[in-house]
Design a binder for this molecule. Sequence first.
Ligand code: NAP
Length: 288
Amino acid sequence: MNKLKIGWIGLGNMGTPMVKNLVKAGFEVMVYNRNQEKTKALQETIAIRVAGSPADLVTETDVIVTMLSDDTAVKEVFLGENGILSIKPVKDITAVDMSTVSPETTLQLAATCKEHGFSYLDAPVSGSVKPAEEAQLIIMVGGEEEVYQKVKPVFDALGKSSVYLGENGKANVAKLAINLFLGITVQGLAEAVVFAEKNGLAATTLLPLINAGAVGSGMTKMKTENIINNDFKAAFALKLLAKDIRLAGANGLNTPIGLSLSNTLDAAVQKGLGEDDMIAVLKYISEN
Ligand code: NAP
Protein backbone atom coordinates (compact mmCIF):
# COMPACT_ATOMS: atom_id res chain seq x y z
CA MET A 1 0.00 0.00 0.00
CA ASN A 2 1.34 3.45 -0.94
CA LYS A 3 1.82 5.82 1.96
CA LEU A 4 0.06 8.96 0.73
CA LYS A 5 -3.69 8.96 1.31
CA ILE A 6 -5.50 10.65 -1.55
CA GLY A 7 -8.64 12.78 -1.47
CA TRP A 8 -10.17 13.18 -4.93
CA ILE A 9 -12.78 15.70 -6.07
CA GLY A 10 -14.39 15.40 -9.51
CA LEU A 11 -15.67 12.30 -11.28
CA GLY A 12 -16.05 13.61 -14.81
CA ASN A 13 -14.75 12.12 -18.06
CA MET A 14 -11.18 12.58 -16.82
CA GLY A 15 -11.49 12.19 -13.04
CA THR A 16 -13.17 8.78 -13.12
CA PRO A 17 -10.45 6.86 -15.02
CA MET A 18 -7.76 8.74 -13.05
CA VAL A 19 -9.21 7.55 -9.73
CA LYS A 20 -9.31 4.01 -11.09
CA ASN A 21 -5.60 4.22 -11.90
CA LEU A 22 -4.74 5.46 -8.41
CA VAL A 23 -6.61 2.55 -6.84
CA LYS A 24 -4.93 0.17 -9.28
CA ALA A 25 -1.55 1.59 -8.19
CA GLY A 26 -2.36 0.78 -4.56
CA PHE A 27 -3.32 4.22 -3.22
CA GLU A 28 -6.04 4.57 -0.63
CA VAL A 29 -8.51 7.03 -2.20
CA MET A 30 -11.45 8.92 -0.70
CA VAL A 31 -13.72 10.60 -3.26
CA TYR A 32 -16.15 13.51 -3.33
CA ASN A 33 -18.31 14.39 -6.32
CA ARG A 34 -21.12 16.97 -6.41
CA ASN A 35 -23.45 14.48 -8.08
CA GLN A 36 -23.28 11.67 -5.54
CA GLU A 37 -24.81 9.12 -7.91
CA LYS A 38 -21.46 8.98 -9.73
CA THR A 39 -19.59 8.32 -6.49
CA LYS A 40 -22.00 5.52 -5.55
CA ALA A 41 -21.66 3.94 -8.99
CA LEU A 42 -17.86 4.04 -8.80
CA GLN A 43 -17.85 2.59 -5.28
CA GLU A 44 -19.67 -0.45 -6.65
CA THR A 45 -16.79 -1.15 -9.04
CA ILE A 46 -13.60 -0.21 -7.14
CA ALA A 47 -12.39 0.12 -3.55
CA ILE A 48 -12.85 3.79 -2.67
CA ARG A 49 -14.15 5.60 0.38
CA VAL A 50 -16.79 8.28 -0.14
CA ALA A 51 -16.74 11.77 1.38
CA GLY A 52 -19.90 13.77 2.07
CA SER A 53 -18.20 17.11 1.34
CA PRO A 54 -14.82 18.50 0.21
CA ALA A 55 -14.13 19.45 3.85
CA ASP A 56 -14.41 15.80 4.94
CA LEU A 57 -11.26 15.01 2.95
CA VAL A 58 -9.08 17.33 5.01
CA THR A 59 -8.97 15.22 8.15
CA GLU A 60 -8.67 11.93 6.26
CA THR A 61 -6.04 12.47 3.54
CA ASP A 62 -2.55 13.83 2.74
CA VAL A 63 -3.09 15.05 -0.83
CA ILE A 64 -6.36 16.46 -2.17
CA VAL A 65 -6.70 16.47 -5.97
CA THR A 66 -9.33 18.47 -7.83
CA MET A 67 -10.28 17.57 -11.43
CA LEU A 68 -13.20 19.88 -12.18
CA SER A 69 -14.75 21.75 -15.11
CA ASP A 70 -13.52 25.29 -14.67
CA ASP A 71 -12.36 28.14 -12.42
CA THR A 72 -15.80 28.58 -10.82
CA ALA A 73 -16.05 24.92 -9.88
CA VAL A 74 -12.54 24.85 -8.42
CA LYS A 75 -13.09 28.03 -6.39
CA GLU A 76 -16.38 26.62 -5.12
CA VAL A 77 -14.84 23.41 -3.74
CA PHE A 78 -12.04 25.35 -2.03
CA LEU A 79 -13.86 28.45 -0.80
CA GLY A 80 -17.55 27.44 -0.66
CA GLU A 81 -19.62 26.12 2.23
CA ASN A 82 -18.02 22.87 3.49
CA GLY A 83 -15.19 23.58 1.08
CA ILE A 84 -11.61 22.37 1.54
CA LEU A 85 -10.55 25.59 3.26
CA SER A 86 -13.41 25.51 5.77
CA ILE A 87 -11.29 23.09 7.85
CA LYS A 88 -7.89 23.93 9.33
CA PRO A 89 -5.48 21.07 8.61
CA VAL A 90 -3.68 19.58 11.60
CA LYS A 91 -0.88 18.21 9.42
CA ASP A 92 0.81 19.10 6.13
CA ILE A 93 -1.71 18.69 3.29
CA THR A 94 -1.11 19.41 -0.37
CA ALA A 95 -3.90 20.55 -2.66
CA VAL A 96 -3.30 19.67 -6.32
CA ASP A 97 -5.52 21.20 -8.95
CA MET A 98 -5.37 19.19 -12.19
CA SER A 99 -8.23 21.07 -13.90
CA THR A 100 -7.56 23.51 -16.72
CA VAL A 101 -8.00 26.93 -15.11
CA SER A 102 -6.48 30.39 -15.40
CA PRO A 103 -3.10 31.25 -13.84
CA GLU A 104 -4.95 33.96 -11.82
CA THR A 105 -7.19 31.41 -10.12
CA THR A 106 -4.13 29.32 -9.28
CA LEU A 107 -2.28 32.29 -7.79
CA GLN A 108 -5.33 33.29 -5.74
CA LEU A 109 -5.95 29.76 -4.46
CA ALA A 110 -2.25 29.06 -3.82
CA ALA A 111 -2.01 32.22 -1.67
CA THR A 112 -5.25 31.48 0.22
CA CYS A 113 -4.21 27.85 0.74
CA LYS A 114 -0.89 28.98 2.19
CA GLU A 115 -2.72 31.22 4.68
CA HIS A 116 -4.80 28.21 5.71
CA GLY A 117 -1.78 25.88 6.09
CA PHE A 118 -2.04 23.92 2.81
CA SER A 119 0.60 23.59 0.08
CA TYR A 120 -0.69 24.04 -3.48
CA LEU A 121 0.29 22.75 -6.91
CA ASP A 122 -1.27 23.53 -10.29
CA ALA A 123 -0.96 20.32 -12.31
CA PRO A 124 -3.08 20.40 -15.49
CA VAL A 125 -2.84 17.51 -17.90
CA SER A 126 -2.23 17.04 -21.60
CA GLY A 127 -4.12 14.07 -23.04
CA SER A 128 -7.79 13.15 -23.18
CA VAL A 129 -9.92 10.27 -21.91
CA LYS A 130 -7.93 7.43 -23.54
CA PRO A 131 -4.56 8.58 -22.12
CA ALA A 132 -6.33 9.10 -18.77
CA GLU A 133 -7.60 5.50 -18.89
CA GLU A 134 -4.18 4.17 -19.86
CA ALA A 135 -2.25 6.31 -17.32
CA GLN A 136 -0.47 8.01 -20.22
CA LEU A 137 -1.21 11.65 -19.40
CA ILE A 138 1.48 14.32 -19.52
CA ILE A 139 1.28 16.31 -16.30
CA MET A 140 2.61 19.87 -16.06
CA VAL A 141 3.34 21.12 -12.56
CA GLY A 142 3.68 24.56 -10.96
CA GLY A 143 4.47 25.31 -7.30
CA GLU A 144 7.30 24.52 -4.92
CA GLU A 145 9.65 21.83 -6.25
CA GLU A 146 9.88 20.08 -2.87
CA VAL A 147 6.08 19.73 -2.82
CA TYR A 148 6.15 18.40 -6.40
CA GLN A 149 8.67 15.72 -5.37
CA LYS A 150 6.41 14.68 -2.49
CA VAL A 151 3.39 14.28 -4.79
CA LYS A 152 5.32 12.76 -7.74
CA PRO A 153 4.30 9.14 -6.92
CA VAL A 154 0.69 10.21 -7.47
CA PHE A 155 1.58 11.73 -10.85
CA ASP A 156 3.54 8.59 -11.74
CA ALA A 157 0.35 6.55 -11.29
CA LEU A 158 -1.64 8.86 -13.58
CA GLY A 159 0.66 9.72 -16.43
CA LYS A 160 3.62 8.75 -18.56
CA SER A 161 5.50 11.85 -17.40
CA SER A 162 5.25 14.80 -15.07
CA VAL A 163 7.24 17.94 -15.73
CA TYR A 164 8.08 20.56 -13.12
CA LEU A 165 7.78 24.03 -14.71
CA GLY A 166 8.48 26.47 -11.85
CA GLU A 167 6.27 28.65 -9.71
CA ASN A 168 2.47 28.41 -9.39
CA GLY A 169 0.63 29.38 -12.58
CA LYS A 170 3.37 28.31 -15.02
CA ALA A 171 1.70 24.94 -15.63
CA ASN A 172 -1.60 26.71 -16.38
CA VAL A 173 0.16 28.87 -18.97
CA ALA A 174 1.66 25.75 -20.60
CA LYS A 175 -1.74 24.06 -20.66
CA LEU A 176 -3.51 27.06 -22.22
CA ALA A 177 -0.79 27.30 -24.90
CA ILE A 178 -1.19 23.60 -25.71
CA ASN A 179 -4.97 23.89 -25.91
CA LEU A 180 -4.66 26.93 -28.18
CA PHE A 181 -2.67 24.74 -30.55
CA LEU A 182 -5.17 21.90 -30.05
CA GLY A 183 -8.08 24.20 -30.94
CA ILE A 184 -6.31 25.51 -34.02
CA THR A 185 -5.61 21.93 -35.12
CA VAL A 186 -9.19 20.81 -34.60
CA GLN A 187 -10.72 23.83 -36.36
CA GLY A 188 -8.16 23.46 -39.18
CA LEU A 189 -9.06 19.81 -39.65
CA ALA A 190 -12.77 20.64 -39.66
CA GLU A 191 -12.28 23.41 -42.24
CA ALA A 192 -10.26 21.10 -44.53
CA VAL A 193 -12.99 18.42 -44.40
CA VAL A 194 -15.78 20.95 -45.05
CA PHE A 195 -13.83 22.48 -47.96
CA ALA A 196 -13.18 19.06 -49.53
CA GLU A 197 -16.80 17.94 -49.16
CA LYS A 198 -18.11 21.19 -50.69
CA ASN A 199 -15.90 20.39 -53.70
CA GLY A 200 -17.11 16.82 -54.03
CA LEU A 201 -14.33 14.97 -52.16
CA ALA A 202 -15.52 12.73 -49.32
CA ALA A 203 -14.02 12.86 -45.82
CA THR A 204 -13.37 9.12 -46.14
CA THR A 205 -10.98 9.91 -49.02
CA LEU A 206 -9.39 13.05 -47.57
CA LEU A 207 -8.67 11.90 -44.02
CA PRO A 208 -6.42 8.90 -44.86
CA LEU A 209 -4.44 11.24 -47.15
CA ILE A 210 -3.96 13.76 -44.33
CA ASN A 211 -3.00 11.00 -41.90
CA ALA A 212 -0.47 9.45 -44.27
CA GLY A 213 1.48 12.68 -44.74
CA ALA A 214 3.56 15.01 -42.61
CA VAL A 215 0.49 17.17 -41.95
CA GLY A 216 -1.22 14.27 -40.15
CA SER A 217 -0.90 14.11 -36.37
CA GLY A 218 -2.03 12.16 -33.34
CA MET A 219 -5.04 14.47 -33.22
CA THR A 220 -6.05 14.11 -36.89
CA LYS A 221 -5.77 10.33 -36.53
CA MET A 222 -7.72 10.33 -33.27
CA LYS A 223 -10.64 12.30 -34.76
CA THR A 224 -10.81 10.51 -38.14
CA GLU A 225 -13.24 7.78 -37.00
CA ASN A 226 -15.43 10.34 -35.23
CA ILE A 227 -15.72 12.46 -38.37
CA ILE A 228 -16.41 9.50 -40.66
CA ASN A 229 -19.02 8.02 -38.30
CA ASN A 230 -20.61 11.37 -37.37
CA ASP A 231 -19.83 10.45 -33.77
CA PHE A 232 -19.66 13.56 -31.62
CA LYS A 233 -19.91 11.99 -28.15
CA ALA A 234 -17.69 14.10 -25.91
CA ALA A 235 -14.22 12.91 -24.97
CA PHE A 236 -13.31 16.58 -24.53
CA ALA A 237 -16.45 18.70 -24.57
CA LEU A 238 -16.48 21.63 -27.01
CA LYS A 239 -17.65 23.94 -24.19
CA LEU A 240 -14.45 23.09 -22.22
CA LEU A 241 -12.22 23.95 -25.17
CA ALA A 242 -14.18 27.20 -25.62
CA LYS A 243 -13.57 27.90 -21.94
CA ASP A 244 -9.81 27.35 -22.36
CA ILE A 245 -9.59 29.70 -25.35
CA ARG A 246 -11.58 32.31 -23.38
CA LEU A 247 -9.02 31.93 -20.55
CA ALA A 248 -6.21 32.42 -23.07
CA GLY A 249 -8.07 35.54 -24.28
CA ALA A 250 -8.17 36.86 -20.72
CA ASN A 251 -4.39 36.34 -20.65
CA GLY A 252 -3.68 38.43 -23.73
CA LEU A 253 -4.39 36.10 -26.67
CA ASN A 254 -5.22 38.44 -29.57
CA THR A 255 -3.55 36.75 -32.53
CA PRO A 256 -5.42 36.28 -35.85
CA ILE A 257 -6.12 32.54 -35.63
CA GLY A 258 -6.63 32.68 -31.87
CA LEU A 259 -9.37 35.34 -32.20
CA SER A 260 -11.06 33.45 -35.03
CA LEU A 261 -10.96 30.22 -33.02
CA SER A 262 -12.44 31.94 -29.98
CA ASN A 263 -15.34 33.37 -32.03
CA THR A 264 -16.02 30.03 -33.76
CA LEU A 265 -16.08 28.02 -30.53
CA ASP A 266 -18.29 30.54 -28.71
CA ALA A 267 -20.71 30.56 -31.68
CA ALA A 268 -20.77 26.74 -31.73
CA VAL A 269 -21.62 26.72 -28.01
CA GLN A 270 -24.42 29.25 -28.70
CA LYS A 271 -25.77 26.84 -31.34
CA GLY A 272 -26.08 24.15 -28.68
CA LEU A 273 -22.96 22.11 -29.51
CA GLY A 274 -21.19 22.68 -26.17
CA GLU A 275 -21.85 19.22 -24.72
CA ASP A 276 -20.61 17.48 -27.89
CA ASP A 277 -16.97 16.67 -28.51
CA MET A 278 -14.73 19.52 -29.69
CA ILE A 279 -14.69 18.03 -33.20
CA ALA A 280 -18.39 19.01 -33.45
CA VAL A 281 -16.93 22.36 -34.51
CA LEU A 282 -17.11 20.66 -37.92
CA LYS A 283 -20.94 20.58 -37.68
CA TYR A 284 -20.98 24.28 -36.87
CA ILE A 285 -18.64 25.20 -39.74
CA SER A 286 -20.46 23.07 -42.31
CA GLU A 287 -23.87 24.51 -41.35
CA ASN A 288 -22.86 28.18 -41.13
P1 NAP B 1 -16.45 16.86 -17.06
O1 NAP B 1 -16.61 15.49 -17.58
O2 NAP B 1 -17.39 17.93 -17.52
O3 NAP B 1 -16.52 16.77 -15.43
C1 NAP B 1 -16.55 17.93 -14.67
C2 NAP B 1 -16.49 17.60 -13.19
O4 NAP B 1 -16.56 18.86 -12.47
C3 NAP B 1 -17.65 16.75 -12.67
O5 NAP B 1 -17.18 15.91 -11.64
C4 NAP B 1 -18.62 17.82 -12.12
O6 NAP B 1 -19.45 17.34 -11.10
C5 NAP B 1 -17.62 18.77 -11.50
N1 NAP B 1 -18.17 20.11 -11.29
C6 NAP B 1 -18.54 21.02 -12.22
N2 NAP B 1 -18.98 22.15 -11.63
C7 NAP B 1 -18.87 21.96 -10.29
C8 NAP B 1 -19.15 22.76 -9.15
N3 NAP B 1 -19.63 24.01 -9.29
N4 NAP B 1 -18.90 22.23 -7.93
C9 NAP B 1 -18.42 20.97 -7.80
N5 NAP B 1 -18.14 20.16 -8.83
C10 NAP B 1 -18.36 20.65 -10.07
O7 NAP B 1 -14.98 17.43 -17.31
P2 NAP B 1 -13.66 16.60 -17.73
O8 NAP B 1 -13.71 16.33 -19.17
O9 NAP B 1 -13.46 15.50 -16.75
O10 NAP B 1 -12.54 17.75 -17.51
C11 NAP B 1 -12.10 18.13 -16.22
C12 NAP B 1 -11.02 19.20 -16.38
O11 NAP B 1 -9.92 18.66 -17.13
C13 NAP B 1 -11.47 20.44 -17.16
O12 NAP B 1 -10.86 21.58 -16.62
C14 NAP B 1 -10.98 20.19 -18.57
O13 NAP B 1 -10.76 21.41 -19.28
C15 NAP B 1 -9.69 19.44 -18.29
N6 NAP B 1 -9.26 18.51 -19.34
C16 NAP B 1 -10.16 17.71 -19.98
C17 NAP B 1 -9.72 16.83 -20.97
C18 NAP B 1 -10.68 15.94 -21.72
O14 NAP B 1 -10.29 15.41 -22.77
N7 NAP B 1 -11.90 15.72 -21.25
C19 NAP B 1 -8.35 16.75 -21.28
C20 NAP B 1 -7.45 17.54 -20.57
C21 NAP B 1 -7.92 18.42 -19.60
P3 NAP B 1 -20.89 16.67 -11.45
O15 NAP B 1 -20.60 15.24 -11.78
O16 NAP B 1 -21.66 16.87 -10.21
O17 NAP B 1 -21.45 17.44 -12.63
